[in-house]
Design a protein around this ligand. Sequence first.
Ligand code: GTP
Ligand code: ZN
Length: 348
Amino acid sequence: MSSSLEFFGWDSTWADAFAPHAAGGLTPGRVVRVDRGQCDVVTAASPVGAVVRAEFTRMDVCTGDWVALSGQYVHAVLPRRTALVRAAASGLSHGQVLAANVDVVAIVVPCTVDVDLGRAERLLALAWESGARPVVVLTKADACPDVARVHEQVAGVAVGADVVAVSAVRGDGLDALDGELTGTVVLVGQSGVGKSTLATALTGVDLAVQDVRHVDGKGRHTTVRRELIPLRGGRGVLIDTPGLRGVGLFDAEEGLSRAFADIDALAADCRFSDCAHGSEPGCAVRAAIDAGTLPARRLDSYQKLVRENEWAAARTDARLRAERRARERTFHRQMRGHFNRPGRGRTR
Ligand SMILES: Nc1nc2c(ncn2[C@@H]2O[C@H](COP(=O)(O)OP(=O)(O)OP(=O)(O)O)[C@@H](O)[C@H]2O)c(=O)[nH]1
Ligand SMILES: [Zn+2]
């Protein structure tokens, strides 16, 4: 397969997954941007402005997906290796896929003395849940009087993840970060934490103004904002998609237990298997807090995120129940119509 697709992350595993489509004469490509049923797809040849067929819109084709194109139609979406999902911003009880086939989730946290550990923990849970590898990036290190201390605090909550301090303006730490960012990378973090500045430093492209000339399916030239940009180290691509800011957890039980693996491990020693780590006797988590080995803040943070996640799950269940009831009503209506039709021979 052409090196240009490899540039975007194509490998032999994708080629295997694509084989049946290749046999059918379809073209592989990676989605670099989606906009209401239209998506921009890079292929080994030129980029294609593709149309997502109506029957696929519910599959939520998103930036980062590998697709099989038939002409300018997205014919199939290859099964995702990973997916970054959050509770939909609208507060609907659906998950929203923000990016697909992400290898590294870089959690961007500004390096300040009053660093927001709870936010880092939330993003770590989200990242672990996606199936990608999380890395915490402490930005604006140049403006922090005690980088080592903040690094230590954050490393303390980032169980199983690396933490790298950088200054995008001075360039400190960027080489170390390059080494962490391989494959498909996304930056997540609140507004103002330095994502755009960092993205520019990592790609050499000013993403705030980047425009890409593009030929759509009808051969017209248009200008689009491509959301998949090669990293300067040549070892990956950055997904720069809007909407990676406010992140609510969605179905993130697994992610939470990875992000709080230390608490999970302690909880295994609680006397009761359903211990809520409140006032139960024999609680190993409380014992660790009393002994000073687990900060009370971390347990609070964990419990808050678990409640949030359960709340989202309950809403999903409620939605599924409502959908089932609506389907049943439709079914009964159809049945009544069917049996009440003249000549159906309903005997009374
Ligand atoms: N001192 C210092 N300031 C930085 C650094 N990186 C970013 N900033 C500043 O932090 C502010 C926010 O940076 P952005 O890169 O726009 O942050 P963002 O996360 O992209 O923000 P949104 O676009 O709102 O999501 C800007 O004023 C930057 O100049 C850094 O390494 N050092
Ligand atoms: Zn307990």
